[in-house]
Design a protein around this ligand. Structure first.
Ligand SMILES: [Zn+2]
Length: 301
């Protein structure tokens, strides 16, 4: 299965390197909305959608002012949307048959409407939290304007049954999807947050969504996170205990199986650049062998 790494809108929050940790970078920070486009045998599969066309055209009232103008400041441009990137790769939007969501935050679910024919796979707990709209924070992060018209939901219970995946509970046999793709519950940021594991010829990829935000959080010698992203993660967590529990489990996964599993998150621009580079490097390129597999020694530090 060929996999494309797409940045479906750059977030430009204030704080510069105090937010993204990039050296020598003045002005706003740059965070990605890292999505995947998987070329499956029966059609295309998107993992997360980033922001969509309607977010670009009508950011208000679709997006909450706190996130739009203060905390994340997305650079909303049409060419960054998943639908335009799918088209640039030579596909039709209707080729996208399935979308898997790590969670339903506005910066992950904004493009759902651009693929109305696709089934949307996610954990049932996530759907419940998003639609309950139970707190002011939840009403700001889960935006019904982005998905009220969606009717092709396919939800799964969080407690995965059957064989574990590297020690993690997981949901296998996603409806209509190849067996190489699994949902791995990583609860904490939200109640139904999940990673998406994909088996490739080069090993496993684990898109960890917002289970962590900064590559230094997977640094096995010393946990590191920028002050800005520490603040943001704490602000946005629904269950802090479970968020830290799952973060520790992810670090353990990298420590034990870093050669078999490439772990990355949605918003770290350095991880995105590394994986995009690896995707584009031809098989015989020395760069490719340098970068693959991403293990504890080659994870960006
Ligand atoms: Zn996010």
């Amino acid at each position: 299965m060929r996999i494309h790494h797409l940045n479906c809108t750059t977030l430009c929050p204030p704080g510069g390197r105090l937010m993204d940790g990039r050296k020598g970078f003045a002005g706003p920070a740059a965070l990605t909305c890292h999505c995947l486009l998987v070329e499956g045998a029966n059609g295309l599969i998107l993992v997360d959608t980033g922001f969509g066309l309607q977010d670009v055209l009508h950011p208000r009232p679709r997006l909450a002012p706190l996130f739009l103008n203060v905390l994340l400041r997305p650079r909303l441009v049409e060419e960054s949307t998943a639908i335009r990137q799918v088209q640039r790769l030579g596909f039709k939007p209707e080729d996208v048959r399935d979308i898997i969501l790590t969670h339903m935050d506005f910066d992950h679910a904004g493009g759902l409407e651009d693929f109305p024919q696709a089934r949307v796979h996610l954990l049932a707990d996530e759907y419940r939290q998003a639609t309950a709209q139970a707190s002011a924070l939840d009403r700001g992060r889960f935006r019904p304007q982005q998905w009220l018209a969606e009717s092709n939901w396919v939800t799964y219970p969080t407690g995965g049954a059957g064989e574990r995946w590297f020690g993690f509970e997981c949901v296998r046999d996603l409806q209509g999807l190849p067996p190489e793709i699994l949902l791995v519950p990583l609860v904490g940021h939200t109640l139904g947050h999940a990673g998406v594991a994909i088996q490739t010829e080069d090993g496993w990829l684990l898109h960890s969504g917002d289970a962590y935000f900064y590559h230094g959080e997977m640094d096995l010698d010393r946990y590191r996170c920028t002050p800005g992203l520490r603040f943001y993660q704490k602000l946005m967590q629904t269950d802090g205990y479970l968020r830290w529990y799952n973060l520790r489990r992810l670090r353990e996964l990298v420590r034990r199986h870093g050669r078999d599993v490439t772990v990355f998150c949605a918003h770290d621009s350095l991880e995105f650049e590394l994986l995009e580079e690896r995707e584009k490097a031809p098989a015989e390129s020395p760069l490719r062998s340098f970068l693959a597999p991403v293990s504890e020694s080659t994870l960006p530090v």
